[in-house]
Design a protein around this ligand. Structure first.
Ligand SMILES: Cc1cc2nc3c(=O)[nH]c(=O)nc-3n(C[C@H](O)[C@H](O)[C@H](O)COP(=O)(O)OP(=O)(O)OC[C@H]3O[C@@H](n4cnc5c(N)ncnc54)[C@H](O)[C@@H]3O)c2cc1C
Length: 496
């Protein structure tokens, strides 16, 4: 029997199970393949889609969020097929809670699907606390004392514990994660709240507070003081030449690629395709975040070519990142990452209108903050500086795995099974996702999927991308299984 253990049953884990069932079906093996998903919470939903707040919405149009690789409209069709689900079909950005329900149903179907009698799958509800490499394979140790033997292990656990500002953790008025609703509930309704960050996570935090009836002032603090841009509501298809141009750049420059060249190609493509994108907003302190938001809301009822060019760069962006020299990636992360995120991941118009209303009622402010201030400041000093009673960390999760507060992550690092990637996440092979140690040697048959490969793949924070990566991991595992099978057959022939 071949035992495959997937740790984590969110989008990545479920997508991998689906891919493995499809791919393994073509194998002509005598041995049974047993796939076990170990998930500590609910199968399918993961961190993003387990929210209970109805006003938390998906950040991409429902038509593009289908779980099926071949039919992206699958989620939209699923909604339409449910009579009891009251949705406004004109609203393309549906509730994340609803998407979570869809994922749960999709997961159930994938689990029940038995393409052949030689492939079985099971779920174990438990938290993995350690994975130990044995002479042959691995032993996976769970919190409730289960021990599972594995020939292949895939880590698909996402990143859930924000690790910045650890020194503030002990203060009662500091909330380290915006996803902890019990802690947010404790904030008195009229108290003033500072939120660190002004990206999509910070906006979700504002939505959570208002949902629970918060009436006090809310201030968002970030280094660039910029909110994400606003998505166009006009879905006119525009076929951009960006993928072709970036691929040409990749072929020409090889090891000499710089992110400035990549940006030059993106900007000139936007210009040539008759769109405009003002990258310099962050350098103009005279325009307030409220004014930018107002302008963006007006613009959102036009076709925004720049958004389509950026979105279509996705097809090649992981290859570009992989080709960039290490020094270029470091420069990008330091100087351009937040600007890229602001433009590449714009917010739905619904959220923009919601924020504008809060601005107009003088309940919301967005402030620019020099990073060194929060780095150097004590919690109390920051609270006084922000003039707020509470501080919530609403920055994106930190991808520095040495700071992740999980027993599993600590054990894997200490036992050298994994090694941190300097741009975040775990060092792994670009094509196969096989983890590698401090010397770059592959940790054989141990794979990483999802946001934990951010340093290697750059773009790992979208369902679509993680599904695509799951197929790469499945291909690599199936290849290894076939290779091992050939070796076993040869050995058996020689020893018969
Ligand atoms: C707030 C938010 C909104 C988002 N909105 C969108 C969107 O609109 N569209 C989009 O495409 N993408 C969105 N994303 C990104 C999207 O969530 C990810 O791309 C994708 O869902 C990540 O899936 P995952 O399986 O890799 O990780 P997760 O969804 O985090 O799943 C990891 C799973 O592993 C489990 N786990 C963790 N540790 C252990 C352990 N030790 N033992 C057992 N189980 C464990 C967790 O319980 C969890 O279920 C959003 C992300 C966030 C945070």
């Amino acid at each position: 029997m071949i035992n495959i253990v997937i740790v984590g049953g969110g989008v990545s884990g479920i997508a991998l199970l689906k891919a493995l069932k499809e791919d393994a079906n073509h194998l002509s093996l005598k041995s049974l393949i047993k796939i076990t998903i170990i998930e500590k919470k609910t199968i399918g939903t993961g961190l993003a889609f387990s929210t209970n707040i109805p006003t938390h919405i998906i950040n991409m149009p429902a038509q593009t969020m289908g779980f099926s690789k071949s039919d992206k409209s699958d989620f939209h069709k699923w909604c339409a097929s449910k009579e009891h689900i009251q949705i406004n079909h004109n609203s393309t950005y549906l509730a994340r809670k609803l998407y979570g329900k869809y994922l749960e149903e999709v997961s159930e179907k994938i689990l029940l699907n038995t393409p052949s009698s030689t492939i079985v799958s099971t779920v174990l509800k438990d938290e993995v606390q350690a994975i130990v490499r044995e002479e042959i394979g691995f032993t996976v140790y769970c919190m409730n004392h289960a021990e599972v033997k594995a020939d292949y292990v895939i880590l698909a656990i996402g990143i859930e514990n924000t690790t910045s500002y650890l020194n503030w953790e002990n203060d009662a008025n500091y909330i380290k994660s915006p996803w902890c609703s019990e802690k947010l509930n404790k904030i008195p309704k009229n108290d003033s709240v500072a939120i660190l960050g002004s990206g999509l996570t910070a906006i979700d935090t504002v939505i959570s507070l208002i949902h629970q009836g918060h009436q006090g002032k809310i201030k968002l603090f970030s280094r660039n003081g910029l909110l994400p841009r606003v998505q166009s509501t006009i879905p006119t298809p525009h076929k951009s030449s960006i993928e072709q141009k970036l691929r040409a750049l990749l072929n020409e420059s090889m090891s000499k690629l710089t992110f400035k060249e990549v940006f030059r190609v993106i900007i000139t493509t936007i210009r040539e395709e008759s769109g405009l994108l003002d990258w310099t907003l962050h350098r103009r302190p005279s325009i307030t975040p409220q004014q930018i938001l107002q302008n963006d809301i007006i613009d959102s009822s036009k076709t925004l070519i720049w958004q389509q060019v950026l979105a279509q760069s996705t097809a090649v962006i992981c290859d570009i990142w992989h080709a960039l020299p290490h020094s270029e990636r470091m420069l990008f992360d330091k100087h351009l990452k937040s600007l890229w995120m602001t433009n590449r991941h714009p917010m739905p118009k619904e959220n923009a209108l919601f924020l504008l209303n809060l601005f107009e009622n003088k309940q919301l402010e967005v402030m620019r903050l020099c990073k060194s201030i929060t780095d150097k400041m004590e919690f109390q000093t920051f609270k006084e500086y922000a003039d707020c009673s509470w501080v919530i960390n609403g920055t994106n999760v930190s991808e520095d795995i040495t700071q992740i507060q999980s027993p599993l992550m600590k054990q894997l690092i200490e036992s050298h099974m994994i090694h941190p990637h300097i741009n975040g996440g775990i060092n792994s092979d670009y094509a196969t996702h096989e983890a590698s140690d401090v010397f770059g040697q592959k940790t054989k048959n141990f794979f990483v999927l999802g946001q934990l490969t951010r340093g290697v793949h750059f773009y790992t924070n979208a369902v679509e991308q993680n599904i695509s990566h799951a197929y790469n991991v499945s291909n690599a595992i199936i290849y290894n299984i076939e290779k091992q099978d050939k070796i076993n057959k040869k050995y058996n022939q020689q020893h018969l």
